[in-house]
Design a protein around this ligand. Structure first.
Ligand code: PLP
Length: 384
Protein backbone atom coordinates (compact mmCIF):
# COMPACT_ATOMS: atom_id res chain seq x y z
CA UNK A 1 0.00 0.00 0.00
CA UNK A 2 1.34 3.46 -0.83
CA UNK A 3 1.21 6.40 1.50
CA UNK A 4 -1.21 8.15 -0.83
CA UNK A 5 -3.77 5.37 -0.74
CA UNK A 6 -3.97 4.73 2.97
CA UNK A 7 -4.29 8.20 4.46
CA UNK A 8 -7.07 10.71 3.99
CA UNK A 9 -5.70 13.92 5.51
CA UNK A 10 -2.33 15.61 5.10
CA UNK A 11 -1.65 15.23 8.84
CA UNK A 12 -2.27 11.50 8.66
CA UNK A 13 -0.05 11.20 5.56
CA UNK A 14 2.70 12.92 7.52
CA UNK A 15 2.49 10.32 10.31
CA UNK A 16 4.58 7.15 10.44
CA UNK A 17 2.76 4.19 8.91
CA UNK A 18 2.33 2.56 12.32
CA UNK A 19 0.82 5.74 13.78
CA UNK A 20 -1.44 6.23 10.77
CA UNK A 21 -3.14 2.93 11.55
CA UNK A 22 -3.18 3.28 15.32
CA UNK A 23 -6.58 2.96 17.02
CA UNK A 24 -7.50 5.82 19.37
CA UNK A 25 -7.53 4.79 23.04
CA UNK A 26 -10.99 4.99 24.61
CA UNK A 27 -10.22 6.96 27.77
CA UNK A 28 -13.83 7.17 28.94
CA UNK A 29 -15.87 10.21 29.87
CA UNK A 30 -15.19 12.82 32.51
CA UNK A 31 -17.81 13.97 34.99
CA UNK A 32 -17.57 17.50 33.63
CA UNK A 33 -18.27 16.39 30.06
CA UNK A 34 -21.38 14.46 31.09
CA UNK A 35 -22.58 17.29 33.33
CA UNK A 36 -22.21 19.82 30.51
CA UNK A 37 -23.81 17.65 27.84
CA UNK A 38 -26.81 16.35 29.78
CA UNK A 39 -27.28 19.14 32.32
CA UNK A 40 -27.29 16.69 35.23
CA UNK A 41 -25.69 17.70 38.52
CA UNK A 42 -25.38 14.28 40.18
CA UNK A 43 -23.00 12.07 38.24
CA UNK A 44 -22.11 8.51 39.23
CA UNK A 45 -18.76 7.69 37.64
CA UNK A 46 -18.34 3.95 37.22
CA UNK A 47 -16.32 3.91 34.01
CA UNK A 48 -12.68 4.08 35.12
CA UNK A 49 -12.27 1.76 38.13
CA UNK A 50 -11.32 4.58 40.48
CA UNK A 51 -11.36 4.16 44.25
CA UNK A 52 -14.25 6.34 45.51
CA UNK A 53 -12.88 6.30 49.08
CA UNK A 54 -9.94 8.39 47.92
CA UNK A 55 -6.30 8.51 49.02
CA UNK A 56 -4.95 7.90 52.50
CA UNK A 57 -6.04 10.70 54.87
CA UNK A 58 -2.65 10.41 56.57
CA UNK A 59 -0.92 11.06 53.25
CA UNK A 60 -3.28 13.94 52.46
CA UNK A 61 -2.30 15.51 55.78
CA UNK A 62 1.08 16.30 54.19
CA UNK A 63 -0.41 17.92 51.10
CA UNK A 64 0.41 21.55 51.97
CA UNK A 65 4.01 20.64 52.75
CA UNK A 66 4.30 18.76 49.44
CA UNK A 67 2.86 21.75 47.57
CA UNK A 68 5.40 24.13 49.14
CA UNK A 69 8.29 22.42 47.34
CA UNK A 70 6.69 22.33 43.90
CA UNK A 71 9.21 24.87 42.58
CA UNK A 72 11.85 22.09 42.68
CA UNK A 73 12.29 19.50 39.97
CA UNK A 74 11.34 16.04 41.21
CA UNK A 75 14.00 13.49 42.14
CA UNK A 76 14.65 11.95 38.73
CA UNK A 77 15.66 8.67 40.34
CA UNK A 78 12.56 8.55 42.61
CA UNK A 79 14.79 7.23 45.38
CA UNK A 80 12.36 7.63 48.31
CA UNK A 81 9.48 5.82 46.65
CA UNK A 82 11.69 3.05 45.25
CA UNK A 83 13.20 2.46 48.68
CA UNK A 84 9.79 2.05 50.31
CA UNK A 85 8.64 -0.24 47.47
CA UNK A 86 11.80 -2.25 47.94
CA UNK A 87 11.09 -2.62 51.66
CA UNK A 88 7.55 -3.82 50.95
CA UNK A 89 8.24 -6.14 48.01
CA UNK A 90 11.70 -7.46 48.87
CA UNK A 91 12.87 -6.46 45.36
CA UNK A 92 16.07 -4.42 45.24
CA UNK A 93 15.71 -0.74 44.23
CA UNK A 94 17.80 -1.34 41.10
CA UNK A 95 14.99 -3.60 39.87
CA UNK A 96 12.22 -1.00 40.31
CA UNK A 97 11.09 1.53 37.67
CA UNK A 98 8.62 4.34 38.40
CA UNK A 99 6.22 5.56 35.71
CA UNK A 100 3.79 8.41 35.17
CA UNK A 101 1.09 5.81 35.65
CA UNK A 102 1.82 2.19 34.78
CA UNK A 103 0.40 3.01 31.33
CA UNK A 104 3.59 4.93 30.68
CA UNK A 105 5.64 1.88 31.67
CA UNK A 106 3.72 -0.25 29.16
CA UNK A 107 4.78 2.30 26.56
CA UNK A 108 8.39 2.26 27.77
CA UNK A 109 8.46 -1.54 27.55
CA UNK A 110 7.22 -1.40 23.96
CA UNK A 111 9.69 1.34 22.99
CA UNK A 112 12.60 -0.46 24.61
CA UNK A 113 11.97 -4.05 23.53
CA UNK A 114 9.70 -4.26 20.47
CA UNK A 115 11.03 -3.98 16.93
CA UNK A 116 8.85 -3.99 13.82
CA UNK A 117 7.40 -7.46 13.14
CA UNK A 118 8.19 -8.75 16.64
CA UNK A 119 5.36 -10.91 17.92
CA UNK A 120 3.43 -10.19 21.13
CA UNK A 121 0.65 -12.29 22.63
CA UNK A 122 -2.08 -10.87 24.86
CA UNK A 123 -5.76 -11.65 25.56
CA UNK A 124 -9.15 -10.55 24.21
CA UNK A 125 -11.02 -8.61 25.51
CA UNK A 126 -7.92 -6.63 26.21
CA UNK A 127 -6.63 -3.60 28.04
CA UNK A 128 -6.39 -1.19 25.09
CA UNK A 129 -2.77 -0.16 25.59
CA UNK A 130 -1.54 -3.78 25.58
CA UNK A 131 -2.41 -3.64 21.85
CA UNK A 132 -1.98 0.02 20.95
CA UNK A 133 1.62 0.57 22.14
CA UNK A 134 2.92 -2.64 20.49
CA UNK A 135 1.21 -1.60 17.25
CA UNK A 136 2.83 1.83 17.52
CA UNK A 137 6.20 0.06 17.34
CA UNK A 138 5.12 -1.97 14.32
CA UNK A 139 4.96 -5.20 16.31
CA UNK A 140 2.39 -7.89 15.56
CA UNK A 141 0.02 -8.19 18.51
CA UNK A 142 -2.15 -11.30 18.78
CA UNK A 143 -5.07 -11.27 21.22
CA UNK A 144 -6.31 -14.69 22.37
CA UNK A 145 -10.05 -14.69 23.24
CA UNK A 146 -11.26 -15.68 26.69
CA UNK A 147 -13.49 -18.76 26.95
CA UNK A 148 -17.29 -18.38 26.64
CA UNK A 149 -17.38 -18.61 30.46
CA UNK A 150 -15.21 -15.45 30.54
CA UNK A 151 -12.02 -17.10 31.80
CA UNK A 152 -8.47 -17.27 30.48
CA UNK A 153 -8.40 -19.85 27.67
CA UNK A 154 -5.31 -21.71 28.84
CA UNK A 155 -5.07 -24.28 26.00
CA UNK A 156 -5.41 -21.49 23.42
CA UNK A 157 -2.78 -19.41 25.21
CA UNK A 158 -0.41 -22.40 25.28
CA UNK A 159 -0.93 -22.89 21.58
CA UNK A 160 -0.25 -19.18 20.95
CA UNK A 161 2.97 -18.99 22.97
CA UNK A 162 4.43 -22.13 21.38
CA UNK A 163 3.27 -21.76 17.76
CA UNK A 164 5.83 -19.15 16.59
CA UNK A 165 8.72 -17.08 17.95
CA UNK A 166 7.44 -14.90 20.77
CA UNK A 167 9.08 -11.67 21.88
CA UNK A 168 6.60 -10.60 24.57
CA UNK A 169 3.74 -12.19 26.51
CA UNK A 170 1.68 -9.42 28.14
CA UNK A 171 -1.63 -9.61 29.96
CA UNK A 172 -3.31 -8.32 33.09
CA UNK A 173 -4.07 -10.55 36.08
CA UNK A 174 -6.79 -10.05 37.21
CA UNK A 175 -7.88 -9.28 33.68
CA UNK A 176 -9.16 -5.85 32.80
CA UNK A 177 -11.97 -5.76 31.60
CA UNK A 178 -13.13 -9.28 32.55
CA UNK A 179 -12.01 -9.43 36.19
CA UNK A 180 -11.10 -13.13 36.00
CA UNK A 181 -7.83 -14.31 37.47
CA UNK A 182 -5.12 -16.75 36.52
CA UNK A 183 -4.12 -19.24 39.21
CA UNK A 184 -0.54 -19.90 40.21
CA UNK A 185 -0.53 -23.36 38.60
CA UNK A 186 -1.87 -21.99 35.32
CA UNK A 187 0.62 -19.13 35.27
CA UNK A 188 3.50 -21.45 36.03
CA UNK A 189 2.54 -23.77 33.18
CA UNK A 190 2.03 -20.93 30.72
CA UNK A 191 5.39 -19.33 31.51
CA UNK A 192 7.13 -22.72 31.31
CA UNK A 193 5.68 -23.13 27.82
CA UNK A 194 7.12 -19.82 26.57
CA UNK A 195 10.42 -19.76 24.63
CA UNK A 196 13.44 -19.21 26.87
CA UNK A 197 13.98 -15.63 25.71
CA UNK A 198 10.37 -14.35 25.82
CA UNK A 199 9.85 -11.23 27.94
CA UNK A 200 6.99 -11.95 30.34
CA UNK A 201 4.96 -8.89 31.36
CA UNK A 202 2.23 -9.33 33.98
CA UNK A 203 0.13 -6.22 34.54
CA UNK A 204 -1.14 -6.39 38.12
CA UNK A 205 -3.06 -3.10 38.27
CA UNK A 206 -5.65 -4.84 40.51
CA UNK A 207 -3.22 -6.91 42.58
CA UNK A 208 -4.34 -5.38 45.91
CA UNK A 209 -7.91 -6.60 45.26
CA UNK A 210 -6.94 -10.14 44.24
CA UNK A 211 -3.92 -10.91 46.39
CA UNK A 212 -5.79 -12.62 49.24
CA UNK A 213 -8.00 -14.73 46.99
CA UNK A 214 -7.27 -18.40 47.14
CA UNK A 215 -5.15 -19.62 44.18
CA UNK A 216 -4.39 -16.12 42.83
CA UNK A 217 -0.99 -16.41 41.18
CA UNK A 218 1.90 -15.15 43.29
CA UNK A 219 3.64 -13.92 40.16
CA UNK A 220 6.83 -12.71 41.85
CA UNK A 221 7.66 -16.08 43.37
CA UNK A 222 6.78 -17.91 40.14
CA UNK A 223 8.85 -15.56 37.99
CA UNK A 224 11.85 -15.49 40.34
CA UNK A 225 12.18 -19.27 40.03
CA UNK A 226 12.77 -19.26 36.26
CA UNK A 227 15.21 -17.59 33.92
CA UNK A 228 13.11 -15.70 31.37
CA UNK A 229 13.24 -11.91 31.64
CA UNK A 230 10.11 -10.49 33.31
CA UNK A 231 8.33 -7.33 34.42
CA UNK A 232 5.42 -7.03 36.87
CA UNK A 233 3.42 -3.79 36.70
CA UNK A 234 1.47 -2.27 39.57
CA UNK A 235 -0.17 1.09 40.15
CA UNK A 236 -1.29 3.64 42.72
CA UNK A 237 -4.32 4.52 40.57
CA UNK A 238 -6.69 1.85 41.80
CA UNK A 239 -6.56 0.57 45.40
CA UNK A 240 -4.45 3.53 46.59
CA UNK A 241 -6.91 6.05 45.14
CA UNK A 242 -4.30 8.21 43.38
CA UNK A 243 -5.45 7.97 39.73
CA UNK A 244 -5.25 11.73 39.25
CA UNK A 245 -1.59 11.96 40.29
CA UNK A 246 -0.37 9.35 37.76
CA UNK A 247 2.07 6.97 39.37
CA UNK A 248 2.76 3.30 38.79
CA UNK A 249 5.77 1.02 39.06
CA UNK A 250 7.48 -1.94 37.49
CA UNK A 251 9.31 -4.73 39.30
CA UNK A 252 11.83 -6.34 36.94
CA UNK A 253 13.83 -9.56 36.76
CA UNK A 254 17.22 -7.84 36.84
CA UNK A 255 19.01 -4.48 37.00
CA UNK A 256 19.93 -4.83 33.32
CA UNK A 257 16.26 -4.65 32.31
CA UNK A 258 15.78 -1.62 34.55
CA UNK A 259 18.75 0.07 32.88
CA UNK A 260 17.34 -0.54 29.40
CA UNK A 261 13.96 0.87 30.39
CA UNK A 262 15.63 3.90 31.94
CA UNK A 263 17.14 4.71 28.52
CA UNK A 264 13.67 5.40 27.13
CA UNK A 265 12.26 7.04 30.27
CA UNK A 266 11.67 10.80 30.39
CA UNK A 267 14.15 11.89 33.08
CA UNK A 268 11.50 13.65 35.21
CA UNK A 269 8.60 11.38 34.29
CA UNK A 270 7.08 11.33 37.79
CA UNK A 271 6.12 14.57 39.46
CA UNK A 272 7.22 15.30 43.01
CA UNK A 273 3.69 15.35 44.45
CA UNK A 274 2.96 11.93 42.97
CA UNK A 275 6.21 10.44 44.26
CA UNK A 276 5.67 11.67 47.80
CA UNK A 277 1.94 10.90 47.97
CA UNK A 278 2.62 7.38 46.69
CA UNK A 279 5.35 6.85 49.28
CA UNK A 280 3.14 8.13 52.13
CA UNK A 281 0.23 6.00 50.89
CA UNK A 282 2.40 2.90 51.10
CA UNK A 283 2.97 3.69 54.77
CA UNK A 284 -0.80 3.67 55.40
CA UNK A 285 -1.66 0.09 54.43
CA UNK A 286 -4.67 0.11 56.78
CA UNK A 287 -6.55 2.69 54.76
CA UNK A 288 -5.90 0.87 51.49
CA UNK A 289 -6.89 -2.51 52.94
CA UNK A 290 -10.12 -1.09 54.38
CA UNK A 291 -11.15 0.37 51.01
CA UNK A 292 -10.31 -2.90 49.25
CA UNK A 293 -12.45 -4.76 51.78
CA UNK A 294 -15.43 -2.46 51.35
CA UNK A 295 -15.09 -2.73 47.58
CA UNK A 296 -15.01 -6.53 47.56
CA UNK A 297 -18.09 -6.65 49.82
CA UNK A 298 -19.97 -4.20 47.62
CA UNK A 299 -18.90 -6.17 44.53
CA UNK A 300 -20.59 -9.33 45.80
CA UNK A 301 -23.83 -7.39 46.38
CA UNK A 302 -23.76 -5.74 42.94
CA UNK A 303 -22.94 -9.04 41.22
CA UNK A 304 -25.89 -10.82 42.80
CA UNK A 305 -28.20 -7.87 42.01
CA UNK A 306 -27.30 -8.22 38.32
CA UNK A 307 -27.60 -12.02 38.43
CA UNK A 308 -31.01 -11.75 40.05
CA UNK A 309 -32.07 -9.75 37.00
CA UNK A 310 -30.93 -12.64 34.79
CA UNK A 311 -27.54 -11.37 33.54
CA UNK A 312 -24.35 -13.38 33.22
CA UNK A 313 -21.64 -11.60 35.23
CA UNK A 314 -18.01 -12.73 34.91
CA UNK A 315 -16.39 -13.77 38.15
CA UNK A 316 -14.35 -10.76 39.29
CA UNK A 317 -11.27 -10.45 41.48
CA UNK A 318 -10.97 -6.69 40.93
CA UNK A 319 -12.95 -3.49 41.56
CA UNK A 320 -15.26 -3.84 38.55
CA UNK A 321 -17.77 -6.24 37.04
CA UNK A 322 -18.04 -7.27 33.37
CA UNK A 323 -21.44 -8.50 32.28
CA UNK A 324 -23.34 -9.48 29.16
CA UNK A 325 -26.13 -6.91 28.78
CA UNK A 326 -27.67 -8.91 25.88
CA UNK A 327 -28.20 -5.69 23.91
CA UNK A 328 -25.89 -3.12 22.34
CA UNK A 329 -23.63 -1.98 25.17
CA UNK A 330 -22.96 1.38 23.49
CA UNK A 331 -26.67 2.16 23.14
CA UNK A 332 -27.35 1.09 26.71
CA UNK A 333 -24.42 3.13 28.04
CA UNK A 334 -25.73 6.13 26.10
CA UNK A 335 -29.12 5.82 27.79
CA UNK A 336 -27.45 5.47 31.20
CA UNK A 337 -25.55 8.72 30.55
CA UNK A 338 -28.84 10.57 30.28
CA UNK A 339 -29.36 9.53 33.91
CA UNK A 340 -25.88 10.65 34.92
CA UNK A 341 -24.39 7.15 35.09
CA UNK A 342 -21.01 6.58 33.43
CA UNK A 343 -20.05 2.95 32.65
CA UNK A 344 -17.73 1.50 30.00
CA UNK A 345 -19.42 -0.24 27.06
CA UNK A 346 -16.99 -2.69 25.42
CA UNK A 347 -16.24 -2.21 21.71
CA UNK A 348 -14.02 -5.14 20.76
CA UNK A 349 -15.43 -7.70 18.34
CA UNK A 350 -17.47 -10.35 20.10
CA UNK A 351 -17.94 -8.22 23.23
CA UNK A 352 -20.15 -5.42 21.89
CA UNK A 353 -22.94 -6.43 24.30
CA UNK A 354 -20.70 -6.36 27.36
CA UNK A 355 -20.48 -3.57 29.91
CA UNK A 356 -17.78 -2.94 32.48
CA UNK A 357 -19.05 -1.23 35.62
CA UNK A 358 -16.79 -0.16 38.48
CA UNK A 359 -17.54 -1.26 42.02
CA UNK A 360 -17.81 1.81 44.22
CA UNK A 361 -19.92 2.62 47.33
CA UNK A 362 -23.34 1.09 47.90
CA UNK A 363 -25.05 4.40 47.07
CA UNK A 364 -23.26 4.32 43.71
CA UNK A 365 -24.46 0.77 42.98
CA UNK A 366 -27.95 1.86 43.99
CA UNK A 367 -27.90 4.83 41.58
CA UNK A 368 -26.59 2.57 38.82
CA UNK A 369 -29.21 -0.16 39.36
CA UNK A 370 -32.04 2.35 39.54
CA UNK A 371 -31.06 3.95 36.22
CA UNK A 372 -30.25 0.55 34.70
CA UNK A 373 -33.74 -0.78 35.52
CA UNK A 374 -35.17 2.33 33.92
CA UNK A 375 -33.32 2.09 30.60
CA UNK A 376 -32.46 -1.59 29.99
CA UNK A 377 -34.42 -3.73 27.54
CA UNK A 378 -36.35 -6.42 29.39
CA UNK A 379 -34.72 -9.85 29.15
CA UNK A 380 -36.92 -12.57 27.73
CA UNK A 381 -37.42 -15.94 29.35
CA UNK A 382 -34.74 -17.50 27.13
CA UNK A 383 -32.42 -16.40 29.94
CA UNK A 384 -29.80 -19.06 30.56
C1 PLP B 1 -5.92 0.98 35.31
C2 PLP B 1 -4.95 0.10 34.61
C3 PLP B 1 -3.62 0.46 34.43
C4 PLP B 1 -3.12 1.71 34.82
O1 PLP B 1 -2.94 2.62 35.14
P1 PLP B 1 -2.16 3.89 35.51
O2 PLP B 1 -3.22 4.79 36.01
O3 PLP B 1 -1.51 4.37 34.25
O4 PLP B 1 -1.18 3.45 36.53
C5 PLP B 1 -2.74 -0.41 33.82
N1 PLP B 1 -3.15 -1.61 33.42
C6 PLP B 1 -4.41 -2.01 33.58
C7 PLP B 1 -4.80 -3.36 33.13
C8 PLP B 1 -5.35 -1.17 34.18
O5 PLP B 1 -6.61 -1.56 34.30
Amino acid sequence: MTAASDCQTSSLCLARTEVRHLPVYNAGLSEEAVRAKYGISRITKLGSNENPYGPSPAALGHWAEIASSLFRYPDASAEGLREELSRQTGIDTNRIVIGNGSEQIIRMICEAFLSPADRLVTVLPSFGLHLIWPQMMGARAEAIPMTPEARFDLPALHQAVTSAPLKVLMFSNPSNPVGCMMTGDAMQALIDACPADTLIVIDEAYWEYARSSQDYADSLSILEKQSRPWIVLRTFSKAYGLAGLRVGYALTSDPGLTAVMTRVRDPFNSNSAALEMARLSLLDQDHMLRTVDSTLTEGRALKSALEKRGYFVAQSFANFLFFDARESASDLAGRLLEHGIIVKPWKETGYENWIRVSIARSEDSHAFLQAFDHVRKPLHSSAA
